[in-house]
Design a protein around this ligand. Structure first.
Ligand SMILES: *Cc1c(COP(=O)(O)O)cnc(C)c1O
Length: 430
């Protein structure tokens, strides 16, 4: 069966399909490199599960206080061993990535302390957490101040600006690995390591926390391998492997993670409470699948970058750059372009393929946001999804794909929709 026969019944024209196949012909080596990283990460996860003697007993449901929850405690050891940290807090009671970051920050910053972002503005939802935009219960309300060193115009660290920001109050540096809704580059683990070394040379006891959202398993090492004191992320992104229905993690130094547990539950209770509510099978199995799921998403991102780049759109990262997260930004230049692209992604979904994505005022975000997602888990962005704030340069952030073939269909249909609306022109076939 050729590609045209496979994709025509799903609404992809022979022209779009042929163009996609030509782009893919040039990507075999890139895909092989992605597979090799997945192989290394699969080995890491397996070794951690074996070392901790994961057994059927770990999957039992607990309710109520959840004292002596063996499966929960072991899952935390599996995360800690995979990411090479002393401790881990991995809980369904952490409702999302923003919550995990909020717990990590508010547990380890006290009144009078200062938070530093050495990598420019943080992810949109953190503006209210920090109090950059006034918000009830922000860190700012509790007397935690904030400073930010912007990146240089080329997207690299501004070491002089960072040096000028560090003072006797600076307690914790938050380093966002992924670009989020910005068109700056995502940092490699190695770059993050260099930044952490610089921060520690200025102030040895500064706590370095990495917002690891979308970065897990993209490289063979994590920020915790290069000096991060805490790494934080969401289970409905990479490490949940598409199966975790909820949750977040904080991995890092024991003293810091313990404080996070006291903040999450209550002083004195900490990690001892928190029933698993029967969710552990999907948390374990999702983590087990995560390296190959991330590889599928990465292939989708690389395909999208190369396809849209050839059509003349600006893409970040570009078609040939190395990858440090699963996000692909495509600058479509207009509100109409964003809507057409997102409709294509939506129509490729296994769930809600008939829905029509429209821009809306989403809580936590300043601009209108459009989101395309037809996910098994609501809002899961390790599943194929595209979103972005409706503001110049009208960039869509495309990510996920539990299988590479689904990601491929989504990208082909996004282009089909753009082409049908006259917003993209396919090159002439020679
Ligand atoms: C998704 C994301 C968050 C927030 O996670 P939610 O689960 O959406 O709350 C924070 N930082 C970055 C870089 C993210 O990508």
């Amino acid at each position: 069966m050729n590609a045209e026969e496979i994709y025509r019944p799903l609404g992809v024209s022979p022209q779009v399909c042929a163009f996609g196949e030509r782009v893919l012909d040039g990507l075999r080596e890139r895909f092989a490199a992605v597979d090799r990283i997945a192989e290394a990460n699969q080995a890491k996860v397996l070794a951690a599960m074996q070392k901790n003697r994961v057994s059927a007993a770990c999957f039992a449901a607990t309710t109520g206080y959840g004292y002596d929850d063996v499966g929960r405690d072991k899952l935390e050891r599996v995360y800690a061993d995979t990411f090479h940290t002393e401790a881990a807090l991995v809980r369904p009671q952490i409702t999302c990535g923003t919550h995990a970051l909020t717990v990590a920050l508010s547990a380890n910053l006290l009144p009078g302390d200062e938070l530093l972002s050495p990598v420019g503005a943080p992810y949109d939802t953190l503006e209210e957490v920090i109090g950059i935009r006034p918000s009830p219960c922000s860190l700012r309300e509790y007397g935690v101040s904030y400073r930010q060193a912007d990146l240089k115009p080329d997207g690299t660290f501004d070491y002089e600006a960072i040096r000028a920001c560090v003072n006797e109050k600076t307690k914790l540096a938050t380093i966002q690995r992924s670009k989020g809704y910005a068109t700056r580059p995502t940092f490699s683990v190695q770059q993050i390591g260099e930044l952490i070394a610089f921060l520690k040379s200025l102030k040895p006891d500064i706590i370095c926390m990495v917002d690891n959202c979308y970065g897990e398993f993209v490289e063979p090492i994590e920020p915790s391998d290069v000096g991060a004191d805490m790494i934080v992320g969401s289970l409905i992104k990479n490490p949940g492997g598409g199966l975790a229905p909820i949750g977040g993690y904080i991995c890092g130094r024991t003293d810091l993670v313990e404080r996070c547990a006291y903040r999450l539950s209550a002083p004195g209770l900490g990690q001892e409470v928190g029933a698993n509510l029967g969710l552990l099978p999907s948390l374990y199995q999702g983590f087990f699948l995560a390296p190959t799921v991330v590889a599928s998403a990465l292939k989708g991102a690389i395909f999208a970058a190369n396809l849209y780049e050839r059509l003349g759109f600006r893409v970040v990262p570009n078609g040939s750059e190395s990858r440090h997260d699963i996000i692909q930004a495509v600058e479509l230049g207009s509100r109409e372009g964003m809507i057409a692209f997102c409709k294509g992604i939506q129509s490729a979904a296994p769930v809600d393929s008939f829905a029509d994505p429209m821009p809306w005022d989403m809580p936590g975000y300043e601009d209108e946001v459009i989101m395309a997602a037809g996910a098994f888990v609501q809002g899961s962005s390790i599943e194929l999804s595209a979103d972005g704030p409706i503001r110049p340069p009208y960039a869509v952030y495309f990510q996920g794909g539990l299988t590479w073939y689904h990601a491929k269909l989504g990208i082909l249909l996004s282009l089909q929709n753009m082409a049908d609306a006259g917003l993209a022109t396919l090159p002439e076939v020679q």
